[in-house]
Design a protein around this ligand. Sequence first.
Ligand code: NDP
Ligand code: MG
Ligand code: MG
Length: 337
Amino acid sequence: MTKMYYQNEINEAPLQGKKIAIIGYGSQGHAHALNLKESGYDVVVGVRPGKSFDQAKEDGLDVKSVAEAAQEADIIQILLPDERQKQVYEAEIAPYLTTGKALMFAHGFNINYGQIVPPADVDVFLVAPKSPGHLVRRTYVQGAGVPALFAIYQDATGQARDLALAYGKGIGSARAGMLETTFKEETETDLFGEQAVLCGGTTELIKAGFETLVEAGYQPELAYFETLHELKLIVDLIYEGGMETMRYSVSDTAEWGDYVTGPRLIDASVKARMKEVLADIQDGTFAKDWIKENETGRPRYNEYKKAGAEHQIEQVGAKLREMMPFINEGKKKVVIK
Ligand code: NDP
Ligand code: MG
Ligand code: MG
């Protein structure tokens, strides 16, 4: 079994008294900044003037420009969108990354694909919550936490590992468990998971199911409930107790259909293509394409986004959800990256 790290075995002392700069105040940024502050750490937020800047101030944090925050901090956690990190790092962080400081990430993309090349005399490590940022915050407030990965890329001070563990504890992740990985493993599995299963695999499965029913003449509203709405209820059961718990709760007919029909759809050919997707992630093909897409103003990204929003399932869903305000009660929109 892989070793998991929990609350009691983690020493907070190495991080105490250090100034932590949280660069960016978006999905992950707001959660890390607020959780660390409430865990007793010295936090400064570094972000450009605008919406996030104002929000961080309103939330009672010490807010500065990226350069100022990077200059005064000992630990610099970059929580900007992955595709912006290289540029901001070079202009506003690298000049202040002096000997013995720590550079941190919540995802290994820019280090793993050589976009950011830090100097050798600083610590470089990541703490990556396996969760959307808004749940990093929400669970912390509830006294719980989300699991996190941590990885050391460079240990210049000999303290990188202790700092990473203390940071993870500070954002609440040691309540759920922390697992050690490498930048390479974290980056490749994170990209694979979101593409093949969590985001890409799931949305295409939902759409194909919805379209199959609607094209066969069934009512779109019914198709929405069947293929999208109810999916959450099924996934909750899987989350709570694994697939067996879900299968215990559904009818025996549904369970039988699960066994005989699931493999007819998600067959060996799907797994073979998953292996191709993984190979593209491992050899940098996916990263190269995404970096180029950003450099050219995101033409395909914008097209996909527009087509996604215009799909019938989104129109039907928006209307039905209006009648179910309780779905979003007390929640902020969550974003997975
Ligand atoms: P967001 O897109 O939510 O972060 C946006 C923040 O970055 C905003 O505060 C924005 O400010 C700021 N920003 C953008 N460009 C600049 C700039 N040029 N200068 C200064 N500030 C800027 O990011 P995420 O939280 O989604 O992702 C952060 C990191 O965490 C990524 O590495 C991601 O892979 C990782 N991660 C994210 C997860 C998630 O749940 N989202 C899950 C696990 C890891 P403004 O308001 O001014 O635009
Ligand atoms: Mg049913
Ligand atoms: Mg990701």
